[in-house]
Design a protein. Sequence first.
Lengths: 267, 157
Amino acid sequence: MKHVLRALRWATIILWILLVFLVITLVYSAFNIGINIGEPQLLVKDDRIIWAIPARINNSGLYGIYDFNITTVIEDADGVILLKSSRFVPLISKEETRQIWHNISTSLEEIPNYQVYLTNDTNFIIKPSIRLNFAKIIPFIFTFNSTIPWGAPLYNLHIGEPNRQFNATHCIVSLNVSFENHSPYVNLNGTLKVEVLNQNEEKIGINYFPINVPPYQGNDNYPAYNETLSIPVDISKLTRSGKIRLTFQTSMFSYETEVPYEFEEIS
Amino acid sequence: MNLKKFPKRSISIRILKAGVKAILVYIAYFIIAHFIFTLLTQQVYELIEEYSFLIEGFFIAIAIFVFLIEFSSGTIFKYMLEFARSLFVIFYLMIALKSGIIDVNIQNVTLVLNLQFFLLMVISINLIEIAKTVLSAIDFLHEKAEGELQPSTGARI
């Protein structure tokens, strides 16, 4: 009995010493880990929007960091996931400093219902989360969320009432188009295709107009587009009503919208 | 515990000894807490602030156990209290650490820490302590019974 009790006493003493040693070294190591997440940078490259988040991990502790994973989810205001991106680092050894870039790259057309965001300003919720397994015994998850404002490149798109004018040979349909570019990332450089369709959905006139609206620079005035566009139409096929189709074609996106027209009878 | 068996002086010494041990445990808590809190930044301190009363409560309970165990040393109650202390440590840590998964939310920051490994280690050590306490109690009772059965001096077979 005495030997058994002595063995058990020693076992508990050794286990307590091990546990205390482990706790002290882990706490010491945890306080010597520095994870600095820098300001996200927004870049536009090859017609893609890139959120580049720099992270610097300095492991000055006594144990390695395993399965380091940064995941970023971007959601709209209703919580719908628009984008998700991850960066995985299998091991950051002790006494190692690692600089990583966590990139979230997308083209506008990859975002679900992206056309809504072309004409409406909103706030996106950005949720980065860091997962790691410290010393292979303490799994750890750290998440936070912040919002980033989204400026619509075709904000307040307004298409005026179409008018028609006749000359000796042609009929010219004209309409006013205006919008503001609230986006600091999107350079609206492309063409605006305007098609006039008659009651029978026949294309009776088409014209292309260059658009070049620079990104919003952050000052009080938003870059704006306000032009009256004229489209010559085939007078023989012109009907009283129909529709006008406008297609914005830029390297980053394509956006189509239609407006109906109804002209008065020619007396 | 039959206190009438102990002389008054012995009881005073027991109380003094038990009190000193309990105070030492509480002082140790203050030193450890001070050491840890000086390492913490304000943000980390805010994260663990809600657990500070749990840690303090744990040390107060342990100090009380130390006092009672010391006071009842030499009796079977000592082993009963040691048994109770081990059970208390197991259940308290399981409840306080939410089975090892600590989830802290502050404003827009969420922190999830998995301490199941430590909980498992503490439970294992305390289970060994329980086994040791039970065996010690048996040994104590055995020795006591043997002592009572000792033949008186000068007895003849």
